[in-house]
Design a protein around this ligand. Structure first.
Ligand SMILES: Cc1ncc(COP(=O)(O)O)c(C=O)c1O
Length: 458
């Protein structure tokens, strides 16, 4: 069909995408999936997941739900009353949150997006500590706050640096710049693997409250605390929103259930985002979540305690290979944060090279380390800081799949790493690392094959 002249002109104009989405980082997880496409016997460790399935009672609840007509209907926007009641009991008992309202969401990520959409106008200033969880930055970018995201560094022991926040608040006030509106802390951290002690949280809360700043606590890994390390804490207040997830503790990644606990006055605003994005959380998934909560905390604690051994193996491998001072984290969550040796500063090159190694763990370079980061505004930037940030990479991630991480180190001794890395690691160190881990390898291989079988549905 021939178009009339004005329509032909229109047909050649390309529709443009939003600046907000164009300026949003591409998800590293998808990048890894594309990089590993068609490769067999390679497992991406880009996503932090656990190797256990949900409790059998929870899966049984899903089977039973198939025949219930209610499962196919919309439910209340903020979730099934039975789940919200159970969550309120859990929040009071386990987290000390007694006056928060609860909204069930499609995972902690949707809870965070709801919160950002409800609290920030485009361009409002928000703080994420480096190294940050990449989806938090993406949520801020998408909602238009990317222009004023402040990314202060963590302290040398990977705790959020309160002094950096205070400095930023003062510098803005002195320069007449818009104040910070929202601070996000991930506790325990992804990718730092560090538990934030209660006094630090309280100090942040006090500074935020005094300065009219919202404090969002992402407690996705709340259960992942280890013996002898700081325990997990939540705080409640008119300026605090807590975000939680069923994904990790209950092995419910694919069911997509999370929740936000927030001051009741925020409810009407959060309903607007909720109703527009999901209308209501998936009903069958909520029934699985109820079943999971009924199974009880002991079920979760048992599984997490079993990670201690794997964490010790990975730490041992990392210490032997990179040196103890190159490894941070491990007090919480399922991550360790490592500095690559001299000669391996180009973390992207390392990650691109890794899939060629047999049975190796692969991780994306951490986006917060890839970004050329200015210093917090008004406090002077330095290229050295950027270079040192780039020299770190999140190398060993998910303890639940530590077999892969450990095997990376074994294969790193077999001329599979970039040359600079091999020189940097040194042959004697590599040999020590290999022999130390040969003993553990059969046990790790069996963990690995169980994990692979489960992921493939076996
Ligand atoms: C800090 C943090 N928040 C949120 C999420 C996403 O959790 P969910 O699966 O509940 O959306 C993750 C997943 O890795 C995470 O690490």
């Amino acid at each position: 069909m021939r178009l009339a002249a004005p329509l032909r002109a229109l047909a050649t104009m390309s529709a443009s995408i939003s600046r907000r989405i164009a300026d949003t980082d591409a998800p590293v997880i998808v990048g890894m999936q594309q990089m590993l496409k068609g490769k067999s016997d390679v497992m991406s460790m880009a996503q932090g997941i656990v190797h256990w399935p949900p409790p059998s009672e929870a899966l049984q609840a899903a089977r039973a739900a198939l025949d219930e007509p209610q499962t196919s209907l919309y439910c209340a926007d903020d979730g099934l009353p039975a789940l919200r009641d159970a969550l309120k009991q859990k929040l009071a008992r386990d987290n000390g949150l007694v006056s928060s309202e609860v909204m069930v969401t499609a995972g902690a990520n949707q809870a965070y997006t709801n919160v950002v959409l409800s609290l920030l106008d485009a361009g409002d200033a928000a703080v994420l500590y480096r190294p940050y969880y990449f989806n938090h930055l993406m949520a801020l970018q998408m909602t238009g706050s990317a222009a004023d995201v402040v990314l202060p560094p963590s302290t040398p022991d990977m705790q959020p640096d309160l002094a950096a926040l205070q400095g930023e608040i003062e510098a803005r006030a002195a320069a007449g710049r818009p104040p910070i509106k929202l601070v996000t802390l991930v506790n325990p951290g992804n990718p730092t693997g560090v538990m934030i002690p209660r006094p630090t949280l309280e100090a942040f809360s006090a500074v935020c409250e005094q300065n009219g700043i919202w404090l969002v606590l992402d407690n996705t890994y709340e259960h992942f605390a280890y013996e002898g390390e700081a325990t997990h804490s939540c705080l409640e207040g008119e300026h605090i929103i807590n975000v939680f997830s069923f994904s990790k503790a209950y092995g419910m990644m694919g069911w997509r259930v999370g929740y936000a606990a927030f001051p009741p006055s925020l409810g009407p605003q959060l309903f607007k985002t909720q109703d527009t994005i999901v209308i209501c959380p998936t009903v069958i998934s909520q029934k699985v979540a109820i079943g999971a909560l009924e199974t009880g905390r002991a079920w979760v604690d048992e599984r997490i305690a079993s990670l201690a051994e794997q964490k010790a193996l990975v730490l041992d491998a990392l210490h032997a290979t990179l040196g103890a001072d190159a490894v941070k984290g491990g007090s919480g969550a399922i991550y360790l944060f490592c500095r690559l040796p001299a000669g391996c500063e180009d973390d992207t090159a390392v990650v691109v090279r890794l899939p060629a190694a047999p049975a190796a763990a692969r991780l994306p370079p951490h986006p917060s380390e890839r970004r050329a980061l200015p210093s917090p505004r008004g406090r002077g930037g330095s290229p050295t800081r950027t270079a040192s940030a780039l020299s770190r990479v999140r190398l060993a991630a998910c303890l639940a799949t530590c077999a892969y991480a450990t095997q990376t180190f074994r294969s790193s001794g077999r001329a599979r790493q970039p040359r600079g890395c091999e020189r940097a690691l040194g042959s004697s160190q590599r040999a020590a690392s290999i022999s130390r881990h040969t003993a553990a390898s059969s046990e790790l291989a069996s963990v690995r094959s169980r994990h692979l079988a489960w992921r493939r549905g076996g």
